[in-house]
Design a protein around this ligand. Structure first.
Ligand code: PHE
Length: 339
């Protein structure tokens, strides 16, 4: 039995030397020290020993067990150290590797100009309102004093979803929606996409952007309209900018006008940019028609207001001297990277 124990110790030592992983180590432990392991098998022969031999063998067997256990513990620590070393090696960060360069995007020219417009009006105490692009005929036309079959609908042909639901042709329906919800004083701008059934060319697109403006309060006059939009034009194009109001017609304002700014390129002398005119049209405006106030639930005998609508593409094209509207939608990097 002594020989068996010694042999087992030797075999165990050889086997342990080949163990590299925790799982292998555990398997070895079970094989030698487990309930059905080699040591137990050897100890089963104790019964055959004489009374004198038994304690001697018992002690030897214990010594061997302790030796095996401490060897296992030792080896387990070695495996730990090995694993830590491997992890440190695997997770090592090479700070000399060149970094990845992430290209930062930037704003589209339309967004650059829209942000400027918003900032100017927010600075004058306006807030921003929104409305749906898929709109009811009522809000887009009817409530704005453009009845069915009115000739002014011809210039704003659009895409119909049903007879009474369409893609809005202008941001003006937001005027009505705001008045329905909010009591005066009202001071809002409303930027957004609008649609018209136009063929694409250098100055037309079936989809474009407008910014609507609406001010309603007691005692609002044409003077407020002019002062407000002059301040806007000067902030956008520079302090020397002049504005000119030309009489015009819109169904939902009375009186109505178009507003020109003095050409910011030639200062009004006439150049290719302003087509020799010295002036550039930037928006439509007017005093809110009493019928429109009434349709918005506001008493025209108590309140008055002005409204305006500007075309964002037009404004952007002048601002950056872009001569073809299509460039704004084609997303050509060679074009966009210039901004
Ligand atoms: N909605 C008009 C258009 O699209 C512009 C406008 C808005 C005119 C508000 C007057 C007042 O042409």
């Amino acid at each position: 039995m002594k020989e068996q124990l010694m042999a087992m110790r030797r075999v165990f030592g050889d086997r342990l030397a080949q163990v590299n992983t925790r799982a292998e180590l555990e398997a070895l432990r079970v094989e030698f020290l487990g309930k059905k392991g080699q040591l137990t098998t050897i100890l089963k022969q104790m019964g055959k020993l004489s009374a004198e031999e038994r304690p001697v063998m018992g002690q030897l067997a214990n010594e061997v067990r302790e030796l095996l256990e401490s060897s296992l513990a030792n080896h387990s620590e070695q495996i730990n150290a090995l694993e830590i070393a491997q992890r440190l090696k695997a997770e090592k960060i090479d700070i000399t590797i060149p970094g990845k360069k992430y290209k930062l995007g930037h704003k589209h020219p339309l967004s650059i100009v829209l942000d400027e417009v918003k900032e100017i009006f927010l600075g004058m105490g306006f807030s921003i309102a929104t409305g749906p692009e898929v709109e009811l005929d009522y809000y887009n036309f009817e409530a704005l004093n453009i009845p069915k079959n009115h000739p002014s609908r011809d210039t704003q042909d659009t895409f119909y979803i049903t007879e009474n639901i369409l893609l809005r042709t202008q941001t003006s329906p937001v005027q009505i929606r705001v008045m329905e919800k909010q009591a005066p004083p009202i001071r809002i701008i409303s930027p957004g996409r609008v649609y018209r059934s136009d063929a694409v060319d250098a100055t037309h697109s079936p989809l474009f952007n407008q910014v609507e403006g609406l001010v309603v309060d007691k005692g609002i006059t044409m003077g407020d309209l002019k002062g407000c939009l002059e301040a806007f034009a000067k902030r956008l194009y520079g302090e020397d900018t002049k504005i000119r109001l030309r009489p015009h017609h819109f169904q939902f304002t009375e009186p109505s006008c178009e507003i020109d700014v003095s050409c910011f390129r030639c200062g009004g002398k006439g150049c290719p940019m302003c087509k020799g005119e010295g002036w550039i049209e930037i928006l439509g405006a007017g005093m809110v028609h009493p019928k429109v106030l009434k349709n918005g639930g506001i008493d025209p005998d108590v309140y008055s207001g002005f409204a305006f609508g500007l075309g964002l593409e037009r404004l952007t094209m002048f601002r950056f001297q872009i001569d073809d509207l299509r460039l704004l939608y084609e997303n050509d990097q060679k074009f966009l990277n210039q901004f």
